[in-house]
Unconditional design. Structure first.
Length: 55
């Protein structure tokens, strides 16, 4: 596993998302575009929530 993936796994473990090695064998599998876009939208909403007052 390359360094970038090892760093990602470490960050996932620290965040409590990675539990064991159940995903390790699929890290190189491609993700569907809709999954990537869903993650992007959720991150945008988290940093700039819709329908929130500015003050």
């Amino acid at each position: 596993m390359d360094d970038r993936k090892l760093e990602l796994v470490q960050r996932l473990k620290e965040a409590g998302i990675w539990e064991g090695s159940q995903w390790q064998h699929v890290l190189d599998e491609p993700a569907p575009l809709w999954v990537v876009l869903e993650i992007a939208v959720r991150l945008l909403e988290r940093t700039d929530p819709p329908h929130q007052p500015f003050d």
